[in-house]
Design a protein. Sequence first.
Lengths: 101, 216
Amino acid sequence: MSVSPTWYLVLAAVLFTVGAVGLLVRRNVLVMFMCIELMLNAANLTFVTYSRALNDVGGQSAVFFVLVVAAAEVVVGLGIIVSLFRRKFGATADDAHILKG
Amino acid sequence: MLAVATLPDAITFAIAAVIAVVGALGVVLSRNPVHAALMLVMTLFGVAVLFVEENAQFLAAVQVIVYTGAIIVLFLFVIMLIGVDREERVFADGFNARRVLTFFLGLAMLAEVLLLGHQRWVTGAHSVTGTLHGAAANVSDLGHAIFTTYLLPFEVTSALLVVAVIGAVVLARRHAIGGETAERPALAAGEPGSGAGTDDASPLFEGAPSGSGVDQ
């Protein structure tokens, strides 16, 4: 018998909260991006946990799609960051607050 | 609860959970973005172990291959490409009111998530249409579900990937569509701080030539 789903859900909640707080605290856009990945992983853990608890393949399918969307999001997000750095200069989110090129 | 679980399962869960949480804290607290990326790898490995523990072998493999093999490498490429691998003082302005507010917001958020998780939103009824058949059949279960039930989302996903690739190419182009070069327009405008790349960033970064502030 493996560990109860409750523990997995608590762990996912903790990971999600750490990611959310990191998103609020950090200013480096890349680290903020990593915090988003952290939150996505916490959600994935919840999906897989419910998939096991309810014996349903739907949760794992959802995680599959989340992985694909995360990959696409990272590609576009990093492209935006690189082009932002190419014309602006700062590494922090505050440097892009005008949102002009 | 943990008492019901067998000892190897409980130990595996505990170790992987500690690794994941320490990695997550490392992402948030490490001063160097490269270290943050490596800490993220640690978290992803911990979560992958938990996926194996929950009989999601395929997703564990995909987690390691796609996340740590592709996404983190992409992160590291970008970090080194744009040269922000300098250290950031995470708490440079000290614990001002905003930081304290953020901390309490995080605590409130954790409480809310735990509270919501405590509610029973699901009926607890087991699936009848898409059941899982254990560890050995994980790949076939998932493949069967994706290529029958979720076929349309799967195809839409491929369209999404194409759009993402095209978007990345468009974003990475150096020249604007109209033939006008988009390369550093701020230089021509003569704005302050438009000079040498990232070197004149805010004094939040150590090693910046503006050099105000003391080392931590």
